[in-house]
Design a protein around this ligand. Sequence first.
Ligand code: URP
Ligand code: ZN
Ligand code: ZN
Length: 465
Amino acid sequence: MSQSTLIVNGHIWSAHDDFIADILVNDGKIVAIGKDLHKQYSADETIDASGLYVLPGGIDAHTHMELPFMGTKAADDFETGTLAGLHGGTTSIIDFAIQTQGKSMQSALDDWHAKADGKAVGDYSFHLAVTDFNESTKKEVAKMVEQGVTSFKTFMAYKGALMVDDAMMLGLMTEVKTQGGIITVHAENGDIVDSLVKKFKQEGTLSPKYHCLAHPAIAEAEAANRVMDLAHMTDSSLYIVHTSCRDSLANVKRNFLRDQRVFLETCTQYLLLDDSVYEKPNFEGAKYVMSPPIRKKDDQVALWASMQAGHVHTVATDHCPFNFCGQKDMGKDDFSKIPNGAAGIEHRLELIFSEGVVNKKITMNRFVEVMCTNPATIFGLSNKGSITIGKDADIVLLDPNEKHTIHSKTHHHNVDSGIYDGWKVTGRVKTVLSNGKIVIRDNKADQVVKGQGKFQKRKQFNYSL
Ligand code: URP
Ligand code: ZN
Ligand code: ZN
């Protein structure tokens, strides 16, 4: 049965405009936008959005639900993780289906469908993370694209586990380009990291802060530079995930000058936190162990400025939560055994709105662009990313003035702690529509049904400079 909703008098924001108008939603789609629509149409439900900001549903292009990693697995599954996302106004995610070395890409994709299908409550898609590129897996690239998986992730770090060498990278880039896909990359020099980890272990310096010291900014900047050269050589489109530091930005910006198709992602944690977190007592620094690590305040300044200048294209979370008790503490006596990653999907929109827009580091239009529109455009989520007639009715109503405090006691992540505990934010996601259905009403989940999230086939990469 088709369900219609009128959202009236909201302050609608896009990547380029803002205006006060009404939105009519019918059968999961946006069907009209205009002044005083409520005088022309009736609907099953009318939402008064006076005083609220109305945005496209957020898209988090970098999550790891139920990721098997470092001897354990990420604590959120597709149901809990996407539900947390809906609470925070993120209506779609792109997760990583990770190929096991020696196995096919198809088996990774099948595994990730089995984790998500029938469970996710928000819409989802997959990047295919390639860990083993050879003559046999080369043939699978076209098959992935046919199945709507058009982005291919590579790791230049995690030596001995996920890392690919430059030869594999070049081969994959060439094939992905032929099939109309885009390469995404975790840019850190795995050999630098590996040698520093070994050094610190030999020296017996094993607390969480040595994770940070084993992942220096230069390891990221070198890898970003190298992968851009490889992409330039193969004329490939490239998306660098979780960019965290000024040195990396500097290398990338220099390379922009030769007209490469390169997109940069950063994550909430690199914009908000600094490396003093690793000095916390009682092993608390372990909560912030992730790769790349949290950087310096100066790196935050560079990331915000680059985002406002249009050089950082998306903000994701790299959502990959591990419990402090029972998971992070696997590395109590050795930082290299602390599972890498932290939760963030629920708080992305509110934190970036509060720190970025309210504190005037980025404009509201830029906010919509990096949180919603660019992830859809870059990754071919053609029904998502803006409030436009004909698109899926994924819509967020945000109160720009309401203040609240983020805490793991009240969050919806399935994890026992949080890296933003006690963070005070201005701006609150109040109501969320996913495919036209109200799923969050006044901050609370409303008739959310397990498995209601739909797999999103994505288009081939089709973006020219
Ligand atoms: O620490 C992180 N980032 N964990 C998840 C895996 C990755 O590198 O993205
Ligand atoms: Zn990564
Ligand atoms: Zn990741």
